[in-house]
Design a protein around this ligand. Structure first.
Ligand code: BG6
Length: 492
């Protein structure tokens, strides 16, 4: 089966930080793939703006190596690569001075009827100064948009400052706040599953769902990002955005339409309904962990502090939280959230666990009747599994088995799964904000996160240690097991 491509109108994509890591690892490869699929029309331009003193030919050499490093050789194509390089330009611009702004203005002049996207692939401290310069040099047109990515602040107060600085130059309808999890194929499939099927919605509530688990596990450590990570930790880095967005999509009411504001209105209601966690209940409802090193037969996996170059740290690299959405639909249903670095496998999934059957007609020899589960796997092996009880085939009496009805998307559709950025960047060009976060959503998420963070800061104890390569501190297992439940077995 082949993908259906809807070309966009020609655009100017201005990437501040166009020589940096995000641009090279994610943005340029994503745009290359969109060109490859025929979505980017003639006349579009990618304009990298950075402080580096590079001319366009030297920038194109840099782009060439980014593509060579990130796009597998078998799907690279020399004439296409040449066309891609021709789209790319570089302007030396400094956010803190007048350097380069006139040159950037000259390059953009006369293209006011084209979509103009400003992507701020820079550290957040530059968001305000860049927006201010863009405004002062009158580069914002009615067809302009700005794209920002986390960290958008490190608490509610600082996130408001970021939003104010951006909002001073761009209207909310022009601001695209990226959470790349929303661009993942299976996350959108969750919307299709919930709202394009009549099957699940009648069951999607506290009467039929026992609990929900959301796990985002990574095998890698913090690597070279220690200095950023030390100011964030897993709560700010992963829970405030990715995990809460996933929770919203599971828990939201059916929106009136799949339009940006209908979706975001419903997600906002979920965030506002989250039962507060603060110093009174944080010890009971949250677990923090930090990985320690491990000597293997011929190697050593470093601890977090070794990787971050610190002698001590109280930054968490693992979090588990028992959350509750206190509303009519979900009252009493725990949402167990868990994320961490240096865990045994890389897996992101949502597990919706249904209530047990009300009465068992089978005798003990049939085996245990297990509850139904719907497992929505974001990565790797995107797909959905509906766990059901069946009769074991063949003779031998009524023996029951818990098996997954398995739908692995890669196998079923046989198409390359696009990276989240590919879809999101094209949505920016199209002006579709459905998969982007609105200001009030981001702030509502911080409003729930801040008291947890404060409770941890007031608490003198350090995060619980866990050995690299294990599923986090044992307290994370206890968090769910004391409720008579277990983490979904495929992940454990
Ligand atoms: C980022 C976090 O937002 O998401 C990283 O800052 C994390 O710490 C990454 O590794 C995980 O994304 P993915 O798409 O690899 O699951």
């Amino acid at each position: 089966m082949s993908a259906r491509i809807i070309p966009v109108e020609p655009f100017d994509f201005v990437v501040f930080g166009g020589t940096g890591d995000l641009a090279q690892r994610k943005l340029l490869p994503a745009l290359y793939h969109r060109l490859q699929d025929g979505q980017i029309p003639e006349g579009s331009r990618i304009i990298a703006a950075s402080r580096d003193e590079l001319d366009t030919p030297s920038y194109r050499s840099l782009v060439l190596s980014s593509i060579e490093n990130s796009v597998p050789e078998d799907i690279r194509d020399t004439p296409l690569l040449e066309r891609f390089l021709q789209l790319c330009h570089h302007v030396t611009v400094d956010a803190g001075s007048e350097l380069g702004w006139d040159a950037l203005g000259a390059l953009l002049r006369g293209r006011e009827d084209h979509v103009r996207a400003f992507y701020l692939a820079v550290a957040p401290r530059f968001f305000g100064p860049i927006c201010e310069q863009v405004g002062r040099h009158q580069l914002v047109t009615p067809l302009s948009r700005v794209v920002i990515e986390k960290p958008m602040g490190r608490d509610l107060a600082s996130s408001k400052l970021v939003n104010n600085a951006v909002g001073a130059v761009f209207n909310e309808s022009q601001v695209f706040r990226i959470d790349h999890y929303l661009g993942k194929e299976t996350v959108q499939n969750l919307m299709a599953l919930r709202f394009a099927n009549a099957l699940f919605e009648p069951l999607w509530n506290a009467a039929h769902i026992d609990h929900v688990q959301i796990t985002v596990a990574e095998t890698l450590g913090v690597g070279g990002r220690g200095s950023y990570y030390e100011t964030a930790g897993a709560l700010r880095d992963m829970v405030q955005n990715h995990l809460l967005q996933l929770l919203c999509l599971v828990a939201m009411e059916p929106p009136e339409s799949y339009s940006a504001d209908s979706m975001r209105d419903e997600k906002l209601k979920v965030l506002k309904a989250l039962r507060p966690i603060d110093a009174d209940n944080a010890a009971r409802l949250t677990v923090r962990g930090q990985y320690t090193g491990l000597n293997t037969a011929n190697d050593r996996i470093p601890s977090y502090t070794e990787e971050a170059g610190l002698s001590r740290s109280r930054t968490e690299t693992f979090v588990a939280i028992k959350a509750e959405v206190a509303n009519w639909r979900w009252a009493g249903v725990p949402f167990y959230l868990r994320t961490g670095k240096r865990l045994p496998s890389r897996v992101s999934e949502i597990v919706v666990c249904f209530r047990p059957i009300p009465h068992n007609i089978f005798d003990q020899s049939s085996g245990r009747v297990q509850s139904n589960k719907l497992v929505i796997r974001l990565q790797p092996d995107e797909g959905v599994k509906q766990w059901v009880m069946i009769k074991d085939p063949g003779p031998g009496g009524m023996r029951l088995r818990h098996v997954p009805l398995d739908m692995s998307f890669a196998e079923a559709f046989g198409i390359r799964n696009p990276d989240a950025y590919e879809r999101l960047l094209m949505d920016v060009v199209r002006g579709n904000q459905t998969l982007f976060m609105r200001r009030d959503e981001v702030e509502a998420a911080w409003r729930w996160i801040d008291p947890i963070q404060e409770a941890w800061e007031q608490d003198d104890t350090a995060p619980n240690a866990y050995t690299a390569g294990t599923w986090g501190p044992t307290r994370s297992v206890a968090l769910i097991e004391r409720d008579g439940r277990t983490w979904h077995e495929e992940t454990v």
